[in-house]
Design a protein around this ligand. Structure first.
Ligand SMILES: [Zn+2]
Length: 331
């Protein structure tokens, strides 16, 4: 190693500074230097914890990067002057709003269930890794018996089917609230979708290959959708938007869909309406109620747009709340 370092240094000296830069940039130069080549993109990622007897595995689907122009649409109650310090607090150095996308796999011992299932590159180019992450985590899509949907938005549901004909989870039953299912399938509702036809097409494409396999449920507090998993209504973002509470051995975790997309900004300003919500005022009520409940109960939480690896707790912070990530080194 030392010898090759010397030879690199000697060659660099002979070539001069510009030549050294060129040499360093050449593929294979690093290996000649004894340093292994850089490894490139990360492999599919998952992270697993235990909540009572239940294994909860987060699967990283990808991420979404917005534009500066989109910020005002997303937070119509905000001003650039109010957003700037919150973005600074979040170390948001890139333009626009960034949000990760994840899915949560539950192995309860009785069910292998997914809470939401990611998106697809056909809708958002930087999403669609859930199936790869699922396989990396030790399971096959055929083993998933239930997909629990928080709502039928593309980066939560398009993982069900990319082409509208193939079931990515061929043996799964899909559970969604009756209200959300109707909202996305009833032509009379189309004018109420803030994002328009593109979202409607994606929602219908996602669920189309599951006829007879969709179980619509009442949006009722505490409804047990599979053993040990209970509904928490959170309407507003979409009419049938829900969270899921997983309980085992006196431990609980609440996993939400879109209570918050921007953890730093929205927990500091939970009453800011979200422009993409179907009913923004109701969305505020659901957000404040959910955050208050979590801060009081101090239980674990997760959410589809919660920073990787997607587990934490909520505490009060002045007029708002603060997200405290769960240290990922704990088993
Ligand atoms: Zn959504």
């Amino acid at each position: 190693m030392e010898e090759s370092t010397l030879s690199f240094a000697r060659r660099a000296a002979l070539l001069g500074a510009a030549g050294a830069a060129t040499l360093a940039a050449l593929p294979g130069t690093a290996a000649a230097n004894g340093v292994p080549p850089q490894r490139g993109p990360m492999p599919p990622r998952f992270h697993r914890i235990k909540v009572g007897d239940v294994e909860v595995t987060t699967l990283l689907d990808g991420g979404m990067q917005g534009t500066n122009a989109g910020i005002q649409n997303f937070f119509p109650d905000s001003t650039p002057a109010e957003i700037a310090p919150l973005r600074e607090r979040a170390f948001a150095i890139e333009p626009g709003l960034h949000q990760p996308v994840g899915a949560y796999l539950l192995n309860t011992g009785r069910n292998l269930a997914l809470i939401d299932c990611g998106g697809h590159a056909s809708f958002i180019p930087t999403t669609g890794q859930t199936l790869d992450a699922l396989r990396a985590s030790g399971y096959a899509p055929e083993q998933v018996d239930t997909v629990l949907l928080t709502h039928i938005h593309p980066e939560h549901a398009l993982g069900l089917s990319y082409d509208g004909t193939t079931r990515n989870f061929p043996n799964a039953e899909v559970v969604v609230t009756q209200i959300d299912h109707q909202f996305w399938t009833d032509p009379a509702m189309e004018s109420r979708v803030p994002q328009g036809q593109r979202f409607i097409e994606a929602a219908r494409r996602a669920i189309r290959p599951y006829p007879g396999r969709i179980r619509t449920v009442e949006m009722r507090q505490g409804l047990e959708v599979i053993p040990g998993v209970f509904l928490e209504p959170a309407p507003g973002h979409t009419p049938g938007h829900v969270s899921f509470r997983v309980t085992s051995q006196n431990q609980s975790i609440l996993i939400w869909g879109d209570i918050a997309h921007q953890m730093v900004i929205q927990l500091a300003r939970p009453r800011w309406r979200v422009g993409v919500d179907v009913d923004p005022a109701m969305g505020v009520e659901s957000r404040v109620r959910t955050l208050t409940m979590l801060a009081e109960e101090r239980i674990l939480m997760g959410g589809v747009h919660v920073p990787w690896p997607g587990f934490g707790r909520i505490i009060r912070d002045g007029e708002g709340f603060l997200y405290v990530p769960r240290p990922a080194q704990f088993a």
